[in-house]
Ligand binder design. Structure first.
Ligand code: HOZ
Length: 428
């Protein structure tokens, strides 16, 4: 694979950008070596700065459920841009996007649009604290909710990739307000609530974990969280920034039939533009300013370009059969990879929910953070580079998800499996 231009851009980037990137996992530290630079994307494929074409299973870390530069999204954004990039005045598109979200996501009646997933989780936690008058937040190990101070404790994604699951720079007082417990562990959750219940504002959890690899909830886990929070008067927050519109159109709450008090969203609802949202029943959401006392604001919130991209994306995604076909393709890819791994004798543990999936290089089942981090990351790195050499781009970290889009076709999957055969043969 030709890399001259990417390598030269990488040297240049490191002179003025911290670590050459604007978000840590892009630096490829999880797999060693240097990243490539991308110049364009179309459908399932991206083209790098040296002209190499790659089938993309990262899809901007999840938002591009329709693939790159989907014509409907491009048209909607161009038209919105012609009308003006930002007003800081209400626009009709904000209502349309909010109505679509509320119609699809069972736990959402009212929505507040923001600019990123981090902003959504930060604001949802503030609202939970404001509504309950309590300070403590329960966070689940290995879940990642953006870089909110009190949530950068035992966090997944880039922090796990870089081996520093708790970041310096978090005041002790903030960290002390965060209690952590293992994913899929109701006993530990119950114990924490029995000790601190009256001071706990909320639990925040990725209902399908996607930032320690992809780990589905065990039967009864989400129901258990719902029951415990109800019993102790705390709120349950589902961070569906990743799982929203990917594990079901209504997110994990639809798929597993458990309705949280608050939901955070991002990624797909912006169709690739910067966006986030949080929502819940009117009674809770109306505690927010300007109706209620909990303050949260944003110059670019509800931005016309982002709402246009989000509406166009949801319109295509909710057309009959589209969601199901994306899920089916991901299953086909996962099963194919599973067969290839089995034939090679290399132990892997596969997970898939909707259009999120993960191939853990692990001989044991992975149901929590400790098990996820026992995976063979060196082998994952070899798999990653072997696939990249053959034109297939999976996430540059064992702890991230593989995503599928509507644009991926049978041919892409066949090419991916053919490459995987060759790579697994070399991994042994
Ligand atoms: N937090 C994202 C992965 N879960 C990474 C975002 C990025 O580096 O672009």
């Amino acid at each position: 694979m030709k890399r001259d231009t990417s390598n030269s851009l990488w040297r240049q980037a490191n002179r003025t950008l911290v670590g050459g990137v604007n978000s840590p996992v892009r630096a490829f530290k999880g797999v060693g070596g240097d990243p490539f630079f991308v110049t364009s994307g179309k459908g399932a494929t991206i083209t790098d700065a040296d002209g190499n074409e790659l089938i993309d299973y990262v899809l901007s870390w999840g938002p591009l459920v329709l693939g790159h530069a989907h014509p409907a999204v491009v048209e909607a954004v161009c038209k919105a841009m012609e009308r003006g990039a930002s007003f800081g005045i209400p626009t009709e598109a904000e209502i349309i996007l909010a109505e679509k979200i509320a119609a699809l996501v069972p736990g959402i009646e009212k929505v507040r649009l923001v600019n990123s997933g981090t902003e959504a989780t930060m604001s949802a936690i503030r609202l939970a604290r404001g509504c309950t008058g309590r300070d403590l937040v329960v966070k689940v190990e290995g879940c990642y909710h953006g870089h909110v101070d009190s949530l950068l404790v035992a966090a997944g994604s880039g922090l796990t990739t870089l081996g520093t699951p708790t970041s310096p720079g978090i005041p002790e007082a903030h960290a002390a307000c965060t209690l952590t417990m293992p994913y899929n562990d109701l006993e530990a959750t119950e114990a924490v609530f029995n000790e601190h219940g009256e001071n706990i504002a909320c639990i925040i959890v990725e209902p399908v974990a996607g930032n320690m690899g992809v780990i589905p909830p065990e039967p009864g886990y989400l129901e258990g969280l719902r029951a415990i929070t109800k019993k102790h008067g705390a709120l349950l927050i589902f961070d569906e920034v990743m799982s929203g519109f990917r594990v079901a159109l209504g997110g994990a709450q639809e798929r597993y039939g458990v309705t949280p008090d608050l939901t955070t969203l991002g990624k797909v609802i912006g169709g690739g533009l910067p966006v986030g949202a949080y929502g819940g029943p009117a009674e809770l959401m109306d505690q927010l300013s300007p109706v209620g006392p909990v303050y949260q604001a944003g110059t670019l919130s509800g931005n016309p370009l982002a709402t246009a991209a989000g509406i166009a994306t949801l319109d295509v995604l909710t057309a009959p059969g589209v969601f199901e076909s994306i899920e089916k393709k991901h299953r086909q890819l996962g099963e194919g990879l599973g067969e290839i791994a089995a034939e090679s004798g290399i132990p892997v543990y596969r997970t898939q929910v909707g259009s999120m999936a993960c191939l853990f290089f692990n001989e044991n089942a992975v149901t929590n953070y400790a098990q996820a981090t026992a995976s063979d990351t060196e082998r994952y790195a070899k798999f990653f580079w072997g696939m990249l050499e053959r034109g297939i781009y999976f996430a540059p970290s064992q702890y991230e998800a593989a995503f599928m889009s509507n644009a991926h076709g049978e041919g892409d999957i066949a090419r991916t499996l053919e490459a995987a055969k060759a790579v697994f043969a070399e991994l042994g």
